[in-house]
Ligand binder design. Structure first.
Ligand code: IVH
Length: 670
């Protein structure tokens, strides 16, 4: 290779790897596998070695990787958060073992641990109290995410009595269990939000949320695996793991002390199989020299310790033929491409379909008709198309481009700026959107209508009985026509009509959720119902008034305003009201406990140890009143963590006293 060619390749590879690092750490949306990333990094390192003149100090080979996000405070790590060298086969592992033996002789032990696929976190404790949680960031400094991490149940906020050092740092991996991932991701789809590709992205997206009360609703867990202290009270890593466990930390139970390389290889072999039985994702095994003294002797390279290495499992990969790309249109109009594959066995299941996520992903894959594709199932649940086998591509095969028109109704698709998904804007006339919305409305979590299912909705729509939700409440007028429908007996019709009639008693919050307003999930619907009390108040609310409500940020507020700004939607609400549905929240009776706050008005903003609903109840039970927006009439702003700067500014401008939840409790003598 000529120096000019090498220079060009080094620059291209550097740029590509930097983009992948950014995708991984900042966007939490990697687009290549770890394996491919490491291979590219190795190629770059080899080139730089051969042509040292082109080595840029900012090259991806010279840094641990990672970026800092802007919203959180940046904190320097006292001990840098290094990464681990990776190995992918037995030989590379034996080479590692040889390097160790050469440096420290044969008298040592290894600790083998599972390599959890989450995001690493550094926790600092002083006198047993959790004082700071910081993400890895670029390895030297990371984001202070203490408020969010405090919501993780398995991380102790205060240690029980124990022999722990007065100050220490402990590192571990924050992750989401697969069950929770599937449930919450399903909820996201139901709320019209983009699902996460895997539990790791969900976990890292969660830790970086601005609203810690939202974090608290997404169950995360954390395995701790490394202790740092000025003078660690142990001689070995194994001892430290046992001690850390006794202090109350979640330490993984599968770690094993190994005396020989055979033990290590047996551990790897065992977990390459058993990993699919775990309730969380792992992507390999970490092998660490046990003795601290020997760890010190071995030391570090610029990026990773010499005394530890990871063995990455190979994601199971197969090749199969791409039969077609079809599209699903969701109830919100989002159009998702799906690859239909020639059925193939992969990690124990037959794979026929794989999601292609969105137009960007299709662009990346550059699929052609008749392509053979590589399908991978790593720790992840949904099979992924990794790439195309170019050797099998038929010359001249036409490309498969993302559709420009809705596959269901032929309306040209539109894209919201900054979003990956394309939408069909024809929400009034596009069949899957129409039926999808009604199916959402009758669903278990919304109106839970007995005697009606998705297929019946489909059939009723096909026969022209229903087009809008409100048409359900007119079905009783058409009993005779309904009876003419195939496989629709009198009994099922009566059951259905009974179910529809009963649904009129469902509470306002369920009706609101059932409307299917984008981003309004079950919890948000509940909060809106409590805050605004009835649909008229909600429909009349301004942006300022909306964002004052608990859990309502700009994105949700805009979505509500857009929804009720639509004439069709207002007309539909009118019809549903006329049909007798509940559009007023049931009032909770306030039992007055004192008059301490009588005549005083409050707004609660930000996050607290108690929920905002609890604080609101406390204020009302002591005679206080909650206002809906900041104005001169407001007496106090109760401010918690992560409060929006605009609210603070407005309150300051109006000279409104800003108090903490503790001060509020002080006012009622509690
Ligand atoms: S020890 C200096 N142990 O893997 C040693 N890391 O590729 C630092 N990881 O940044 C890490 N499971 O996020 C260690 N049992 C385990 C691990 C583990 C997962 C992650 C960690 C680290 C990355 C390195």
């Amino acid at each position: 290779m000529s120096p000019a060619e090498a220079k060009q390749q080094i620059e291209a590879l550097s740029a590509e790897l930097k983009q992948h690092t950014y995708n991984y750490y900042v966007l939490a949306m990697p687009t290549i596998s770890d394996f491919d990333f490491d291979k590219k990094l190795e190629t770059l390192a080899a080139l730089e070695k051969q042509f040292p003149g082109f080595l840029d100090p900012d090259s991806p080979t010279q840094r641990v990787g990672g970026f800092i996000t802007k919203e959180f405070q940046t904190v320097r790590h006292r001990w840098p958060m290094l990464s681990l060298g990776n190995t992918y086969n037995e030989q590379e592992l034996l080479d590692f073992d040889q390097r160790i033996r050469k440096a420290i002789g044969d008298n040592f032990q290894y600790v083998c641990e599972l390599k959890f696929d989450g995001l690493s976190m550094s926790l600092t404790y002083q006198n047993g109290k959790l004082i700071r949680a910081v993400t890895r960031g670029d390895g030297t400094q990371g984001d202070d995410v203490t408020t969010n991490v405090k919501t993780i149940q398995s991380i102790p906020k205060q240690l029980k009595h124990g022999d722990y050092p007065a100050e220490f740092e402990i590192r571990g991996e924050v992750f989401m269990h697969l069950k929770a991932f599937e449930r919450l991701n399903q909820e996201r789809v139901e709320n019209g939000e983009q699902p996460y590709a895997n539990p790791r992205n969900f976990a890292s997206g969660t830790v970086k949320l601005q609203d810690s009360s939202e974090v608290a609703k997404r169950p995360l867990d954390c395995f701790l695996y490394f202790l740092y202290a000025e003078r660690p009270p142990f001689k070995t890593h194994w001892e430290s793991l046992q001690a850390v466990k006794s202090w109350g930390f979640h330490v993984n139970e599968h770690s094993r002390l190994c005396n020989t390389m055979d033990d290590v290889l047996a551990f790897i072999k065992e977990w390459d199989k058993r990993r699919f039985d775990l309730s969380y994702d792992i992507d390999g095994i970490v092998i660490k020299v046990n003795s601290y003294a020997q760890q010190e002797e071995l030391g570090f390279t610029a990026k990773s310790p010499r005394w530890a290495i990871s063995y990455k499992f190979k994601a199971e990969q197969v090749q199969t033929e791409l039969l077609a790309v079809t599209y699903q249109v969701g109830r919100t109009g989002a159009v998702t491409p799906v690859a239909n594959l020639k059925p193939v066995l992969l990690a124990g299941t037959t794979v026929k379909r794989a999601t292609l996520h969105n137009a960007n992903e299709m662009l990346r894959l550059d699929l052609h008709k008749g392509d053979w594709v590589f399908v991978e199932k790593g720790g992840e649940i949904i099979p992924k198309i990794i790439g195309v086998n170019m050797e099998k591509r038929v010359t001249g095969a036409p490309t498969i481009d993302y559709v420009t028109e809705c596959p269901a109704c032929a309306t040209p698709l539109t894209r919201v700026e900054g979003e990956a998904a394309f939408y069909c804007p024809n929400d009034e006339g596009c069949p899957p959107q129409i039926t999808g919305k009604i199916q959402h409305f009758i669903g278990r979590k919304a109106m839970n209508i007995d005697g009606l299912g998705d297929e019946t909705i489909e059939a009723l729509y096909q026969r022209g009985f229903i087009h809008h939700i409100s048409d359900l409440y007119k079905l009783y007028e058409q009993i005779d026509d309904l009876k003419k429908m195939e496989r629709f007996g009198e009994k099922s019709i009566n059951n259905m009509l009974d179910g529809i009639e009963k649904s009129k008693q469902m509470p306002f919050e369920k009706v609101l959720f059932g409307l299917g307003i984008r981003y309004i999930g079950e919890t948000v619907a509940k909060k809106l119902a409590v805050h605004f009390k009835n649909i008229d108040n909600l429909m009349a609310a301004t942006l300022d008034e909306l964002v004052v409500a608990e859990e309502i940020g700009d994105r949700i507020a805009h979505s509500i305003i857009e929804y009720f700004g639509n004439e069709h939607h207002r007309e539909e609400i009118k019809k549903l009201k006329a049909a007798g549905l509940q559009f007023v929240a049931e009032e909770k009776e306030v039992v007055l406990q004192s008059e301490a706050l009588a005549g005083k008005t409050f707004i609660i903003s930000g996050t607290f140890e108690k929920s905002r609903d609890e604080l609101k109840d406390i204020i009302e039970q002591n005679g206080g009143k909650i206002l809906s927006s900041i104005s001169a009439k407001l007496n106090y702003l109760v401010a918690g963590d992560n409060m929006g700067p605009s609210k603070l500014e407005k309150a300051q401008k109006l000279n409104i006293p800003i108090i903490s939840d503790e001060e509020l409790m002080g006012m009622i003598g509690g």
